[in-house]
Structure formats: C-alpha cells, structure tokens
Design a protein around this ligand. Sequence first.
Ligand code: NAG
Ligand code: NAG
Ligand code: NAG
Ligand code: NAG
Ligand code: NAG
Length: 483
Amino acid sequence: MAGGAGVRLWIGFFFTFVLPGIALHNDIGVNWGSMLTHPMLPIDVVEMLKDNGITKVKLFDADDWTVTALGGSGIEVMVAIPNDQLQRMNNYGNAKDWVEENVTRYDVENGVSIKYIAVGNEPFLATYNNSFDKITFPALKNIQKALDESGAGTRIKATIPLNADVYGSPEDNPVPSAGDFKPGYRKLMQDIVKFLHQNGAPFLVNIYPFLSLYQGEDFPLDYAFFEGRSAPVVDGNIQYTNVFDANFDTLVWSLKKAGVPDIKIVVGEVGWPTDGDQYANSKLAKRFYDGFLKKIAKKEGTPLRPGKIEVYLFGLIDEDLKSIAPGNFERHWGIFTYDGKPKFPMDLTGKDNDKLLVPVKNVTYLPEQWCTLNEHGDKTADLSGNVNYACSAGDCTALGYGSSCNGLDERGNISYAFNMYFQMQDQDVRACDFQGLAVITTKNASRNGCLFPVQIFSAGEWSSVVSLPVVGLAVMAVMMVLL
Ligand SMILES: *[C@@H]1O[C@H](CO)[C@@H](O)[C@H](O)[C@H]1NC(C)=O
Ligand SMILES: *[C@@H]1O[C@H](CO)[C@@H](O)[C@H](O)[C@H]1NC(C)=O
Ligand SMILES: *[C@@H]1O[C@H](CO)[C@@H](O)[C@H](O)[C@H]1NC(C)=O
Ligand SMILES: *[C@@H]1O[C@H](CO)[C@@H](O)[C@H](O)[C@H]1NC(C)=O
Ligand SMILES: *[C@@H]1O[C@H](CO)[C@@H](O)[C@H](O)[C@H]1NC(C)=O
C-alpha cells in the first residue's frame, strides 16, 4: 500500500505546520461518513470541527487522507473496519497489518489520537442474512490482540457497533426489564460482551428514535422526543417518557442478564434526518437535538445508568451515495449540508444557547448552472425512462411525500431529477442530454421552496492539482471507496 517513508513525511508535515488552535468546549462526538460523490477537503472539515469545539469523531473506515487530516488536532478518533473486511481480519497476520498501517503508524507524539476501533458496522443486522455472524467475533479478538501486542491495547480498544437487532428493542419488548439478547444471538453476544468487558472496551450501540417513529405505525410522536409524555411506559417503579432511555435501558437489562452489568455503554450513532420522509425535517430534527443535547449536558443519563453518556451524533454531513433501501431519509442525516453549511441552529454544549454552527470554510462551487427539462425537447422521446434513469443514478430523495421538494409539479419533478444527476456527474454536458429532453440553464432553477443544488468541486479531484504522491494514493483510496 502507501509507501511508508512518504507517508511519514507527509504526516510529519501536518504535525509540524498544521498545529491546532483548538477551542474545545463540548463533549459531543460526530460520525463522519464518506459515502458521497463530492467530498470536501478533509483538512477543511477538520477546521470546521475545531471551530465548533467538536472533540470526537467516528469514521467508517481508516482512510489515510482523513485520518492524517485529524493529526495534531487533539480530536479523538474512532477508526473502523468495514463489514467487507471482516473475513480478512480472521487471519491474525492481516489483523496485525491493519493495526500497524491504520493505528500504530499514527500513534505517535502529537499524532492522531485514536481511541477506539469499530470492528464491522452493525454486522448482525437482519438484512445481512447472517453473513457476518461467524466472522465478526474472531475479527474483534484478532484486532484487540494486535493492539495489545503493539503496546497500544491499554489505551485503544476494539469494539463492535451494534443496534437493537441483537436485543429486543422497545417495540419488541413491552418494558426495558424484558430486554435480553435475542435467542439466536444470545450465546454469541454473551461471549462478545464478556470479551469486551475483560478488555475494558465499551459496548457500542446505535439508537434511533426516528426509526422507531418511522417504522412504528402507532408509535406516539412525543415518545421520540424529550419533553415528557402524558402516558409514560411504566416498568416497575420507573416511568419512561422517551424511547431513547427505554432503548438504552433495554440494553442495560440485556447486558445484566449476560453477566456484565457494569460494562461501559457508548452511543455510537444517534440523530435525526432532515429530508426524505414526513417526519424528516429540520423542525423535528432541531426538536430532537435540543432535547437530546440538553439531556447529555445535564449528565442525567437514563433511569438505570444515571450520569455521563459518551455519544456520537449521526451524522456530520449529508451523504448522497448512501443506499436508500432503508428509506429516502438515509441521505439526509447530516447536521451539515453536502457543502458544509449548518442546517439549523443548535447548541452542542446543551446550554440552550442556539446559534448556527460554524460552516466549512474554503468550499469551492461548480459554475452556477442547472440542468432542466427542455420545453422544446423531442415529444416522442422516452421521458419516464429518462427520469427513472436520472433518479436511480442520481438522487430524487427530496421529491417524495412529506419531503422538501414534494410540492413541485410534474415538470418541476423532471427538472429536479435531471439537475441532481447533472450535478452529481460534475456538470458534465453529456449528463444533461437525456435524448434532447434536457437543457443547461444559468437561471436558478430552485422553486417553490425546493432547492436545486449546485454541486461543489470535489476534493477527490485535487489529486491532479496536488502532486504529492501520497495524497494521490489517498485520493485513489477515496475514489475506490466511492466507486
Ligand atoms: C483551500 O482550498 C484550496 C483550493 O481551493 C486548497 O489548495 C487549500 O489547501 C485550502 N486551504 C485550506 C486552509 O484549507
Ligand atoms: C487500512 O485501512 C484502509 C482504509 O480503510 C484499508 O484500505 C487498508 O487495506 C488497511 N490496511 C491494511 C494493511 O489492512
Ligand atoms: C437475504 O435473503 C433474502 C431472502 O432469502 C434475499 O432476498 C436477499 O437478497 C438476501 N440479502 C443478502 C444481503 O444476501
Ligand atoms: C413528483 O414526484 C414525486 C416522487 O416521485 C411524486 O410523489 C409526485 O406525485 C410527483 N408529482 C407530480 C405532479 O407528478
Ligand atoms: C438559488 O435559489 C435558491 C432559492 O432562492 C437559493 O437558496 C440558492 O442559494 C440559489 N443558488 C444560487 C447558486 O444562487
């Protein structure tokens, strides 16, 4: 892979010249995903994290360019091994190499402060058809062993991000005290959580009140938020007024029954999307974050685990390449838009001092032009076929019921689809043809409160501008992930 000496030089450059002017004033982590067509420069995103006092990030891989950009920032990092690499990590030699290349190399004075390794991502989800059931725990053990052998194991812990698929969610269980790991996973989970506990590693759980609301037909809206509920869920002498607490405590019960009542729990993902569903909008997202951030700042914890909870918001930036199999909202989880702008005022310190977060600076846009329906196009061309193509290769997730662009008329819909495809294709003129049905315009095509975006210059393309070979390699890695 990347040549060692070159990489070290490059990292050395960063640690020497890009030292932090940090203003650390909150204890909130964020998930920084990379499933997007037009990533911003990692160093610009890191500046933004520092400007907003964000102290922790969770990544979904260990991309060299991103991890290097975090060097010397003082920001704590969780790197990850994607599910498709779990099989490879069943070989100890590979696990050792992974740790050497993606952890130990950065683990130097003023380097990258890596704290956790996420082994897989929700590998036991029902949709994966048990594909990762046998290979996840061996991968976890190999990674922790490699960390221990490298001498970093006392500070850096491997864990597995999981969700309620392995224990009964509040929707399956009438009350948290009924929680337990599901019969099919009970033995495996008992072994995993004992291993985590022995190694001082936390249980990493993703909790999504939004999904409870989205999936549950009769789910009470106020139970997804934190303002109290007229009909709380009563469990013995505890009253649950929000589903976050109930979900968390269902896990606490499951861990208790698995014999590790005091294992640390970290919330690996929690958040609210802003588009792509009737419940996904900035107003409800703001309501959720306001209540959640206040709760975290008060360190009140949950009824069974009072005190501080370590959390990572999902997510940092909208990702237009995420699979929409779970729902159209998948591409709209960011607290920042694709171009690094805050979506709504919030206060990460939970002090009710709302303001817009600091945007990503130094973002360069493509020219101000849009692709729209050509009113004089060939009437015999296959319009619906072209729109379907634009939507499947592009992004029409804002058009559906309850979404930000649902108010468009049919022509608006078509133009929206064409434009999204065109922008995602870097405004390539060939991407605004659609058998003559489309035309490029410099007149802002946004309408009826629906934003027709102009894409940004993708940092992935700096490879041709910045000639340092290591950056080139990292860019290739980014592009390979994207393809
Ligand atoms: C800002 O963007 C330019 C390209 O437009 C890039 O070369 C430069 O490194 C960036 N500067 C910072 C401080 O991010
Ligand atoms: C380190 O992580 C990167 C990015 O996730 C991956 O492509 C690479 O294969 C890993 N290195 C090793 C030696 O496994
Ligand atoms: C899982 O199984 C179902 C039904 O057996 C199948 O339709 C689906 O494609 C499978 N998914 C994966 C990821 O293998
Ligand atoms: C526009 O597209 C959306 C999503 O496909 C659809 O729900 C809506 O009915 C369409 N509107 C018109 C006027 O065709
Ligand atoms: C186009 O118009 C929309 C809605 O008025 C606005 O938010 C957006 O910034 C405009 N885009 C450009 C590139 O001017």
